[in-house]
Design a protein around this ligand. Structure first.
Ligand code: ADP
Ligand code: MG
Length: 588
């Protein structure tokens, strides 16, 4: 297809805005052009001293005819769409015909290009938008574009350029996204002749992930797949034990376009559910292939966002795929696992630690303080609050465990038939069990047990207002409150899942949590109430368990749907394999 200038009506329909605001956007536009040209291999070379000096992108794509090479720098000149109608089903990354014109306006651009089969190629030099040179030249098939003196004629933009390392980090980030969205293309990114990023052509995105982040990261991922009539989702997501404190490693592409999509990211986090603490983010690499008619890419000047039709269906499919993908795997974290560290940059610039490589996340800050939660539970009460054996299948991903003992009143030690050692956090495990009892209870089941002697709770006026609003909601979870004079309430019934507590502190603790804790955003009201009940009802860390109690607890854990974390996302158990133990004793 040859290049044409879009008519004004079409131009008016295009999301306008700054296309090239920094070096990274130049790299992005040039690389996207190379991808659109069908390149199988793309090379990006950056040079810098104090600032970015030159950007060169070389591809082995279709190349351009002589006339097209000249026309390509005109505003709104594109070969990718012709009419307004075409905007509704875009199959290419570019479509506005603005990038080359915008880049050429603020730099000096040298283009060399040759079409497959053509005897000669073309060279074009443009400076600040003015044509300086065009000639016939010999050059390999494909296109090479060199950008120099970027922003030298726009002092304002030049001044706002951050330091070189920040710009390199941006370029690196843009390239990571593009590489992950296009595993079937080989990319090589160089800075001052040093290799920064290399991927090979592959049909399997896992190879690309391993190449960029290291094979250790790739090994810690589980696959995700889903399909709808108009869409397929595929990719890899991290085990819940490998999470981060930001969402910088949640990669999404839609039809080979790297995008940022809060729709998809939120759906992914929903899929993790309670496997993820509320302030933690998984590492995800998801590719969505969607019928182009249902994707509007014409909504953002840098095309970082897309609008999707059928958002609800898409989000639902992603959420379910993530959930299924996770629960199909044994997610017990291994004790021997090194901390989650990404491969660092090879020789080259100093990496910018803030924006590029953030380390493993520290312990999640759930609402539940690991050491001060839960209630001292008696044997009788433990028996009253069990998942009923027989009504639930045993989770095949959790091995049978023989309890050996307990340490510090906190951890249960168990062994498996395969000679593995498991440490179980008794509070987290019990919390998970209670949580599933509460959430799995069917509507018809008895939720509440009446207290023979109601408990009176007195709160401050502000707390009383909060509590009053919660009364109907709490009743549905079995916590029956009745107003009783000024700022006082009578607790008449408590959730059946709590059994018959020997002391009233557990009820008072639950109410403290209900009025005390700030609403955790992103968690529904029912979810929050359920977690509080599970946490406060659970056996406290520091409670000494008999071997028999501990055995019952771990057996119960095997009946849960998600045995791997407590409802706030902390692990319930950690595994030492035989190999881990042998390694520690230097038996290998
Ligand atoms: P757009 O990508 O939106 O069409 P650009 O300004 O980025 O606009 O590019 C203008 C045109 O130049 C493209 O439509 C394409 O025909 C041609 N072009 C740009 N880069 C390349 C390349 N690397 N290989 C072949 N053709 C290219
Ligand atoms: Mg383009």
């Amino acid at each position: 297809m040859t290049i044409r200038i879009l008519d004004q009506a079409t131009v008016n329909q295009i999301a306008a805005g700054e296309v090239v605001e920094r070096p990274a956007s130049v790299v992005k536009e040039l690389v996207e052009n190379a991808i659109d040209a069908g390149a199988r291999s793309i090379r990006i070379e950056i040079t810098s001293n104090g600032e970015i000096k030159t950007i060169r992108v070389t591809d082995n794509g279709s190349g351009m005819a002589h006339a097209d090479a000249l026309l390509a720098f005109t505003p709104h000149a594109t070969s990718k769409i012709a009419t307004v109608d075409d905007l509704r089903h875009i199959h290419t990354l570019g479509f506005r015909g603005e990038a080359l014109a915008s880049i050429a306006a603020v730099s000096r651009v040298t283009l060399v290009t040759r079409q497959a089969g053509a005897a000669t190629g073309t060279k074009v030099v443009i400076e600040s938008g003015e044509l300086r040179e065009h000639s016939v030249t010999g050059t390999p098939e494909g296109t090479g574009i060199l950008v120099e003196d970027l922003f030298s004629n726009t002092p304002a933009r030049k001044k706002f350029q951050k330091n070189r390392n920040t710009e390199l980090a941006q370029i690196h980030a843009v390239m990571e996204g593009i590489c992950l969205a296009n595993p079937e293309i080989a990319f090589r990114l160089f800075h001052n002749q040093h290799e920064l990023l290399v991927t090979d052509r592959t049909a399997d995105i896992l190879d690309t992930i391993a190449r960029i982040f290291g094979s250790y990261v790739a090994r810690e991922l589980v696959p995700v797949n889903a399909s709808l009539p108009f869409m397929t989702v595929s990719g890899w997501i991290s085990r819940p034990s490998r999470v981060r404190k930001d969402n910088a490693r949640m990669f999404v592409s839609v039809n080979q376009r790297f995008v940022s999509s809060s729709l998809v990211n939120n759906a992914v986090r929903e899929g993790y559910g309670t496997l993820l603490a509320k302030d933690r983010f998984p590492v995800t690499f998801l590719r969505l292939a969607i019928n182009p008619e249902m994707v509007d890419v014409n909504v953002h000047p840098a095309k970082k966002l897309v609008r999707l039709a059928n958002e609800k269906e898409i989000a639902g499919a992603v959420r379910d795929a993530v959930k299924e993908g996770l629960l199909a795997h044994d997610l017990i974290p291994a004790a021997g696992a090194p901390p989650y560290r990404e491969k660092s940059l090879p020789a080259g610039p100093d990496p910018d630690p803030g924006s590029l490589y953030s380390d493993a996340a520290p312990a999640p800050s759930g609402v539940c303080e690991p050491n001060h939660a839960g209630t001292a539970t008696t044997d009788r009460q433990l028996r009253q609050t069990e998942l009923v054996t027989g009504t639930r299948p045993v989770n095949p991903l959790v091995p049978f465990m023989d309890v050996i003992g307990q340490i510090g009143g906190i951890y249960i030690i168990a062994s498996t038939r395969d000679g593995e050692l498991l440490l179980i956090d008794q509070h987290a495990a019990h919390e998970r069990i209670l949580y599933e009892i509460v959430t799995r209870r069917s509507e018809s089941e008895r939720t509440s047990q009446e207290l023979l002697v109601p408990i009176v709770v007195q709160r401050t006026p502000r707390e009383a207002v909060q509590l009053r609003e919660l009364v109907p909601r709490l009743a549905r979870e079995g916590l029956v409150l009745e107003e009783f004079g000024r700022n006082s309430f009578l607790v008449r019934g408590i959730p059946a899942a709590l059994g018959k507590p020997e002391e009233t502190t557990v009820i008072r603790d639950i109410i403290d949590d209900l009025v005390g804790e700030a609403w955790s955003r992103g968690t529904g009201e029912r979810e929050r109430i359920t977690r509080i009940i599970a946490c406060r009802g659970a056996i406290k860390a520091g409670t000494v368990c008999t071997a028999e109690q501990a055995q019952r607890l771990v057996s119960q854990l095997r009946l849960t749907e998600n045995p791997f974390t407590c409802p706030h996302g902390r692990p319930t158990m950690i595994r030492f394999t035989r190999a881990d133990l042998d390694g520690m004793f230097k038996r290998t």
